[in-house]
Design a protein around this ligand. Structure first.
Ligand code: UVW
Length: 322
């Protein structure tokens, strides 16, 4: 994947005055803005549960219709290692006392190849990752700000769904379509939900529906829709103390900023600089349909990313409870 605009400014220049939270939670912090989610936030979120409705937000791994991944990554491959045929005559199935047979399988997958949490050290510029750690600490596996401390902590809080596709009256947002924090506020107002400090933001674009509809053409001129960088938007995330941004796109934001051509500016401004955790490729369709139905866009959100040592990201099946 190449930069769409050769004249795009360097991130060091674009973000030279941007806020950071480096050091805010100590010199050894590895979970960033998740520090905003304390016992008070957990208890307030639990009190939102009233209907007993449960939604899981992970996309299917090994979807027969294909798994959408970031260009250059490959979808997961699941391999059957053992099944009943291994106990056919001459098969490799072991003869267990009592006659036990079993099935085994394995998976070869990008840790960022499905619904996932990014580690805060997943992406950087200027030789420094989250909290100012040296980017050389990523060599051979993340020694600092890997996804493990995030997985060990878990994520629980009040989340709000912002259904940008429905708000704009569209089945899906378009390639490269952008929106701002002001659009998020207008969407929340139209949905009748209050955005509060320390909310987990879940944004629906339904863009990945086009992956299934368009086949290979989906990747031509790849440019996902999403939030677009501005200093005001970054300040809004900072003032709102947003701990976690969850989207149904592969990379959480418009891929190429239409104002300057820079790729994934918000990964740098929000994740590297503010420590906001990013959750990508969520499946929001059932949840969004239910919210449109019961008009309740706030709920308890719980996520337990897998614990993988030194990893830059890890799969997750977040759970929403209304
Ligand atoms: C990149 O940052 C390249 O990928 P993602 O955040 O989508 O895993």
């Amino acid at each position: 994947m190449t930069d769409a605009t050769p004249t795009a400014p360097a991130l060091t220049e674009l973000l030279k005055d941007a806020p950071t939270n480096w050091g805010k939670w100590g010199d050894d912090d590895e979970v960033g803005a998740l520090n905003y989610l304390g016992a008070e936030q957990v208890l307030a979120a639990v009190r939102l549960v009233s209907a007993g409705k449960v939604f899981t937000l992970q996309r299917l791994i090994g979807d027969p219709k294909g798994d959408p991944v970031w260009p250059g990554r490959t979808p997961a491959v699941r391999t059957q290692v053992l099944d009943e045929s291994d106990w056919d005559e001459g098969g490799k199935g072991a003869a267990f006392p009592g006659g036990l047979h079993y099935a085994d399988d394995k998976i070869d997958a990008y840790l960022q190849g499905s619904t996932q949490y990014d580690a805060l050290g997943h992406l950087w510029y200027d030789g420094k990752i989250w909290n100012g750690y040296d980017a050389r600490s990523t060599v051979g596996g993340l020694e600092k700000a890997s996804v493990l401390p995030i997985a060990e902590r878990g994520i629980v809080g009040r989340a709000v769904l912002l259904d940008m596709a429905r708000f704009r009256g569209k089945e899906t947002l378009d390639k490269g379509e952008t929106f701002t924090h002001e659009d998020l506020e207008q969407c929340a107002a139209a949905q009748g939900v209050e955005l509060r400090k320390r909310d987990i933001l879940i944004i629906r674009t339904n863009f990945l529906q086009l992956f299934h509809e368009q086949g290979d053409a989906f990747y031509e001129g790849f440019n996902e829709p999403g939030l677009v960088y501005s200093p005001e938007l970054v300040q809004w995330f900072q003032d709102m103390e947003i701990p976690n941004l969850v989207t149904d796109t592969i990379a959480n934001e418009v891929t190429y900023d239409p104002n300057n051509g820079v790729a994934l500016v918000l990964h740098s401004a929000l994740m590297r600089n503010l420590g906001v955790t990013l959750t990508e490729i969520a499946d929001l369709e059932k949840l969004a349909a239910d919210c449109a139905d019961d008009k309740r866009y706030e709920f308890l959100y719980v996520a337990a990313p897998l614990k993988v040592a030194k990893a830059a990201g890890t799969p997750v099946n977040p759970v929403v409870i209304k």
